[in-house]
Ligand binder design. Structure first.
Ligand code: DSN
Length: 428
């Protein structure tokens, strides 16, 4: 939640040595301060996380793992990485954890290398249905090196159809079944996914990047007990700095996973990022984080409810996580122009394909919204209703070509919300 006594971030060396970069960072601070960030994969790392990230730990090479490094001088690095591991294990009830992935994609790259051989069959959610690039997109290493059999969602319900998934798994007999998503507004049935994987001797890997913070805060079921392996990022609902992580309930996969990450796919770990992960996990272990995670879900439901009351169609009819997708087709709009006009009105969104979208993925028929960032700013359901009204007024202004006056009116309201709910830090 937004701190009541915001800390002030400041530069001294950067202002003196490179004012151009310093000023660009200040400009971005200004943008983040004065816009409503509704992209569901974005959040606000705490001042403590930012401080740990911007440290001299970036000077140190620490290839290897705690107690088994290829470089001298790693005593402190070992303590930092072990602390991050121990906190992550406690947070997610995992026996195995690897905190070295630079990002979610690197975590997933290591999984493919540990579990599969090139050419092996893999099932993952289609990007067009809400999956992720690394779940088998033809444009990604995963789609190029492995034989991908994507699964989608039911055309009517827009939900994962587990019976269909079971039939497809029996036909394909994949080595690996990837669960998880970037743009699916519902919970997954992890026990059912495990049953399906077990029935065809597949390894179930769940990418919980989007909902990891909800799991950590007990506002969402955990995929850890039912999955063979879990991957995540740390910068989304988990509210850390940018980073990735691999977890498992047991230690069976430790050796292949550790080797696949280093030296298999990465070199030296980013020790400053690992320190920031330790701080993030420490914050997520505090009781306040449970309140935050619950508020993210409550706010998402309030946002979805209001958008629907105002006549919008959401895919699947709503949400039970932190995100939702507006179907723009009934309004005769496309994602790109909505994102552009929303930027001008102080609302940051992203254009996103919706299930069975016939529009180009470069200008799809949906926009994706979520509540992690505005909840961190301290907004509750009353403010979320105001946010929803701003979004709908904006869409109506665009579809009815109401012109600049209504855009300016929305901008005034978004600015007012931003001023009432500032970022958890100021900037000198
Ligand atoms: N690209 C990310 C997102 O915005 O959801 C997923 O990793």
């Amino acid at each position: 939640m937004a701190s009541t006594q915001p800390l002030t971030l400041s530069f001294s060396a950067l202002d003196r040595s490179d004012p151009k970069v310093a000023n660009l960072i200040r400009q971005e601070y200004e943008r983040q301060s004065t816009t409503l960030e509704l992209i569901p994969s974005e959040n606000l790392a705490s001042p403590a996380v930012l401080e740990a990230l911007g440290t001299l730990l970036t000077n140190k090479y620490a290839e290897g793992y705690p107690g088994r490094r290829y470089y001298g001088g790693c005593e402190v690095m070992d303590q930092i990485e072990t602390l991050a591991q121990e906190r992550a294990k406690e947070l997610f009830g995992a026996e195995y954890v690897n905190v070295q992935p630079h990002a979610g994609s690197q975590a997933n790259a290591a999984i493919y290398q540990a579990v599969c051989k090139p050419g092996d069959r893999v099932m993952g959610m289609d990007l067009a249905a809400g999956g992720h690039l690394t779940h088998g997109s033809p444009a990604n290493f995963s789609g190029k090196l492995y034989q991908i059999h994507p699964y989608g969602v039911n055309r009517e319900t827009e939900l994962v159809d587990y019976e269909q998934l079971q039939r497809q798994a029996e036909e394909v007999r994949p080595r690996m079944l990837m669960a998880g998503y970037s743009a699916y507004p519902r919970r997954l049935d992890f026990a059912r996914l495990r049953q399906i994987a077990d029935s065809v001797d597949a390894v179930l890997v769940t990418d919980m990047a989007h909902f990891a913070g909800l799991v950590a805060g007990d506002a969402h079921p955990s995929p850890v007990p039912d999955s063979h392996i879990v991957t995540t990022t740390t910068q989304k609902t988990l509210r850390g700095a940018w980073g990735g992580m691999i977890l498992a309930a047991g230690a069976e996969w430790q050796k292949p996973l550790d080797s696949a990450l280093f030296p298999g796919t990465q070199g030296g770990p980013l020790m400053h990022a690992i320190a920031a992960k330790a701080v993030c996990f420490g914050e997520a272990l505090k009781p306040e984080f449970k309140q935050y995670a619950k508020a993210v879900v409550d706010n998402a439901q309030a946002l979805a409810r209001r958008l629907q009351e105002r006549g919008l169609r959401l895919t699947t009819g709503g949400t039970d996580n932190h995100l939702m997708l507006i179907d723009l087709r009934p309004l005769g709009l496309k994602g790109r122009s909505v994102v552009e006009i929303a930027d001008r009105a102080g609302i940051t969104l992203n254009a996103n394909s919706i299930p069975y979208d016939e529009a180009s993925k470069f200008n799809p028929s949906g926009v994706r919204l979520g509540t992690p960032n505005i909840t961190t700013r301290g907004m509750g359901e009353a403010q979320v209703v105001e946010v929803a009204d701003c979004v709908v007024d904006l869409l109506e202004a665009l579809s009815e070509e109401k012109g600049p006056a209504s855009l300016a009116a929305v901008r005034e309201r978004t600015l007012d919300l931003c001023r009432r709910f500032p970022l958890p830090y100021g900037f000198e």
